[in-house]
Design a protein around this ligand. Structure first.
Ligand code: SAM
Length: 324
């Protein structure tokens, strides 16, 4: 009886979260469906609908550590890159190609190569600081060992050929420490999903100087305090890139895409290189009201809570953030 009750509660919780996800889609995907997004590449509304359907389907079919909603957020920014801007799209960390397949569809629509970096042998040996990561928002500690998240190049190629756009992809096999220093192409957008602070450092050090001004760099590791903190580490940025730390949107809890235990969140965060501050709105903070309609509900009622799955939309219905 108790087991049946637990199953019913769990099913209702999942259904409720799925409902929330669907209801919040117009907000989350509003920018994707904006007529301007992709217009320069001739990507019409119907093409976007097909793209969403394919990405959703791919996410069900391919084992992946990320969700199709997260892929759509990145796809939106790929479709918004001005066509006359030089540069490839870079993905670091592809596992079995679930994110690669979806990003390749967006890159292909824009005739932009997607360059995929991975060892295709899984994680390198983590150094001491990377052996365990704290995910405060999820109340988890994640541990790593060499070879975890292994996806072979042939498996990734096969998955992308079947579910994505293989013609849009170029693969760079090897540890980032070996492959990235030899990479010398301009980067229009980067998506990092690398799990380890050491790997994230290498990616930033090598890719940031190649990223175009106003270019987006996404990380799918924002809940890992060890990685989020890197984007605020003034000393590291000054020593390695000769500039101030840029910060990170979504640090610690991710941009709010999926209904979760502690409110909306995800594993996705981003930073913009040299953002166009001139075009930003100036808000004079004089007291309440400064945030306009960004903060409905005044002092912010906490969202309804639950204790079911943390995240909907992972490939096999499992908790995508759990294995991250
Ligand atoms: C979390 S998985 C990527 C998940 C994938 N983006 C997805 O959504 O399914 C991390 C990937 O990063 C790769 N990786 C991590 N550190 C690396 C390094 N230093 N060099 C090469 N590959 C690395 C691993 O091989 C693994 O494929």
């Amino acid at each position: 009886m108790t087991e049946t009750r637990t199953r019913v509660v769990s099913t209702l919780t999942r259904a409720y979260r799925l409902g929330l996800l669907v209801l919040s889609a117009p907000i989350v995907l509003g920018e994707f469906f904006d007529a301007d997004t992709g217009a320069d590449y001739g990507v019409a509304f119907t093409t976007k609908c097909r793209l969403v359907a394919r990405m959703f389907w791919n996410n069900l079919r391919l084992p992946t550590g990320s969700s199709f909603v997260e892929h759509l957020v990145v796809a939106t920014k790929i479709l918004q890159i001005p066509p006359d801007e030089e540069g490839v799209v870079v993905e670091c960390g592809c596992y079995l190609g679930g994110s690669t397949a979806n990003l390749s569809l967006a890159a292909g629509l824009c005739d932009r190569p997607l360059v995929v970096f991975d060892s295709f042998e899984g994680m390198p040996e983590p150094d001491e600081a990377d052996e365990a990561h704290v995910l405060l928002q999820s109340e988890q500690v994640h541990t790593y060992e060499a070879g975890s998240w292994h996806g072979s190049l042939s498996d990734v190629r096969r998955n992308v050929a079947r579910y994505g756009d293989l013609d849009a992809c170029e693969f760079e096999k090897g540890y980032f420490e070996e492959t990235l220093p030899a990479f010398d192409r301009p980067v229009a957008l980067a998506f990092l999903d690398v799990g380890l602070r050491g790997s994230a450092e290498t990616c930033l050090e090598e890719l940031w100087p190649r990223l175009r001004p106003e270019g987006y760099l996404f990380t799918h590791d924002v809940k890992h305090m060890e990685i989020s903190s890197l984007f605020f580490d003034q000393q590291w940025w000054r020593d390695h890139l000769g500039r101030d730390a840029p910060g990170l949107v979504g640090a610690g809890s991710g941009v709010g895409l999926h209904p979760q235990r502690n409110g909306f969140g995800s594993l996705l965060g981003y930073v913009v290189k040299d953002p166009p501050l001139d075009s930003f709105e100036t808000v004079e903070e004089r007291g309440a009201g400064a945030y306009g309609d960004e903060m409905l509900g005044g002092n912010g009622d906490e969202m309804l809570s639950g204790n079911g799955d943390e995240m909907l939309g992972a490939a096999d219905g499992s908790d995508a953030s759990a294995g991250e």
